[in-house]
Each structure stands twice: as structure tokens, then as C-alpha cells.
Design a protein. Sequence first.
Length: 390
Amino acid sequence: MTPPASGQVQPIVVIGGGFAGLSSALAFSRLHPRPPVVLIEPRDRFVFVPLLYELMSGELKGWEVAPDYASLLQGRGISHLQDRASSIDLDARSVTTASGRALQYSQLVLATGAQPEDFGIPGVRDNALNFHTLSDLQPLQERLQELRRRPSGTSNLVIAGAGATGVELACKLMDLLNGAATVQVVELGDQILPRSKAFNREQAEISLKKRGVTIHLNTRVDSVSATSVSLSGPQGSYQQNHDGLIWTAGSRPTIPDISPKLELHQGRLPVRESLRLKAYPDVLALGDIAVNPKADELSGWPHSAQAAIQQGQFAAKELKAKLQGRDANTFVFKDLGEMLSLGIGDASITGLGLTLSGPLAFKLRRLTYLTRLPGLSLGLRAAGAWLVGP
Ligand SMILES: Cc1cc2nc3c(=O)[nH]c(=O)nc-3n(C[C@H](O)[C@H](O)[C@H](O)COP(=O)(O)OP(=O)(O)OC[C@H]3O[C@@H](n4cnc5c(N)ncnc54)[C@H](O)[C@@H]3O)c2cc1C
């Protein structure tokens, strides 16, 4: 679709088609009357990142985990501009894209998400593999294939970070490697999954132990080379050989160039409880790039797909209130629980009124994600595939 030509009603411009941006664009398209919406997103596919593990293992197919925007946006009156927003002029209410296009907006939604953060640790950028998006899968899958060709037990994968991504990945990799290599997880803190629910942490510990994953707690990555990693831990500094190091130890928001410069809070864009910028109320910031400066870590909303979807849906309510001249709404995050993928056919769930682990939790996790997938018609096709799956 082509974006509206100049002279037409200025559209709502959404920058970033991830969980927050896509959910907001879809919610705007359900308003009556339907406002013109332009979604600026460089990729041609939406990526359902919580299911990347299943895509890597072959348990799910690409079309289920990464449906294309053309299908998701079909018939919804949303123009997809496949481009990258390179700069935003808040006073002029305009966005310039990498290809040199300039767009005026009536309302702007900033939802550009996050990217891996290496904290400047030498060698991470050049030598580590990532597990953050679709394009990270191929190098990882190629590495796994190579390790499977080597004599059993001679190779070692290291995962930096024992948050949800590191732990879920470790379980899945052990199942996929099936003894071809060992997996070690290095964590700076004194426990795995520091932000997870206690039941899920216990289940994860059991799953990691059962699979023989070695965990190094209180251990810092000092540098990474192509074949080894320098670590400092309770027993001092040492070198560990690796046949692949996967970096899951941090992420930072991807904020486009904005003028005038905005003051950040904890590296993110501070927003009011209405998710609007304080000085520019015609701009909403959603998802991983936004933070409530008044909340602490416990009372603030998490940086998760769950929160991003809820914020996307909230944005449409907020716009409606504004159009009707009502006061701004307050975004309240509703915790729907936490689900972890813990290896092939295994998962752990805390929430939805239950605690559950094992194969049933695995099926429920897939079904639950299905209901959260933006774009219902495609979601229903995915449901069919999952329900008849193993
Ligand atoms: C491996 C992995 C597993 C995860 N598992 C879970 C989970 O189980 N549950 C959960 O709740 N959360 C999970 N998360 C976190 C969750 O994915 C993020 O919190 C969520 O994606 C944030 O949504 P967002 O819309 O802010 O950003 P994203 O979903 O990252 O979307 C940002 C979009 O902006 C686009 N973009 C970036 N820059 C520009 C630009 N300049 N112009 C235009 N577009 C741009 C990007 O291409 C991208 O499509 C996981 C994350 C990872 C990496």
C-alpha cells in the first residue's frame, strides 16, 4: 500500500511493527471512524519472538512464528511503509525515513523495541552469536549442524546470561544437540531467572539439571575471542574454550534520532501514565523503549511482549479519549502470568490461575501465544496447525 500523499489528512504514524507497534496499528484500524494509519517497519515479517526457540528446533514453521505484514494488515486500511525511520522532528511533527521520505503525522507512536547490548565488552560484537530475531537463527542453526558432525562430547557452547532467553535456549539446545556438545551458562548474578516466578525458576533448575547444563553464577564475561571466553568468578579469572558463544546478557532500547533531544530515564523514553511524552503529548512511546519514571522496578510495567501488546491496545483507547475530548487514560499493566519454554515438548507456566509444567504446559503455552498473536485470521490458521501437531 502507498502512504497518503501530502495534502491529505495527516495520518497516525506508527514507527516499529513489533508487538507494541503492530498491536496499536491494528487497534487504531478498529476505531470508528477509522483513522488513516501508516506503519513504518523495515522488515517484511512480524516476528513472534517468544516462539523463536520452537522455530529453531523445527517444532513450529516460519509462517506460524513470522507471518508477513501483507497478510496481517490485509483489509485493515493500514499502509505499510517498508523503511526505517531515521529521524523525527517533534516540533515540525515529521518523520524522515532512511530512503529520504518525509511524513507529517497527527499522532506519532514510537515502538522501535530493543537490540542486544554488549556493554562494550571486548570481542562480544565480533565473536558472539545473538538470539534476538529471525536473522539470528541461520548462523546458530549452521553452528549446531557443524557441532553435530564432530565426535560426540568434544564441543562446548557457552551462553552468556541466565535470564529467560539464556535458560530457555540452554534447554532447547541440549535437546537439539542430543549429546553432541556440552552447554554452559554464565551469569553475573547469584541466581538464574532473577525476575521470574518462583515456580518457574524451580522448574527451570530441574530442567537444566536433568539435561546436564553447567551454570556458572556470580561470573562475569571479561572478553570473548572466536574460540575462548575470559571469565572472572568466585574462583578468580580463567579462560574457557568455546565452539560458539551466544550473547543473551543484555539489551538496550533502539531509539531513532529525535530532535529536540529528549532526556532519557534509565536509557529509555520517560512517558506519563497515559504513555504520552510529557513535553509532546501528541507522541506515545510504547514497549521496550518506554519507561514510567515514577515507578520502581517492582511497580513498573515489565519490558515484555505481554506489556507491549497491552500498551498497543491501550494506545487506541487513549486516542479515542483524545478525539472525544476526554481526559487522558492511565495505563495499568495486567499480569497474565509467565510461561517458559524448557526444551523440546516441555514448558512451565505460572499464571492463568495455575502452575503447570511438562508437555501439557508446552501445549498450553503455544495455544496461549496463539490467542495473543496480532491478526486473528492468521492466528486461526496457526491454531489449526498447532492443534493437530504432535
Ligand atoms: C528470544 C526472546 C524471547 C522472548 N520471550 C518473551 C516471552 O516469552 N514473553 C514476553 O512477554 N516477552 C518475551 N520477550 C521480550 C519481547 O519480545 C519484547 O519485550 C517485545 O518484543 C517488545 O515489543 P516492542 O514492540 O517494544 O519491540 P519489538 O517487538 O522488538 O519491535 C520493534 C520493531 O521496531 C522495528 N524498528 C526498529 N527500529 C526501527 C526504525 N528506526 N524504524 C522503523 N522500525 C524500526 C523493528 O524492526 C521491530 O520490528 C522475548 C525476547 C526475546 C529476544
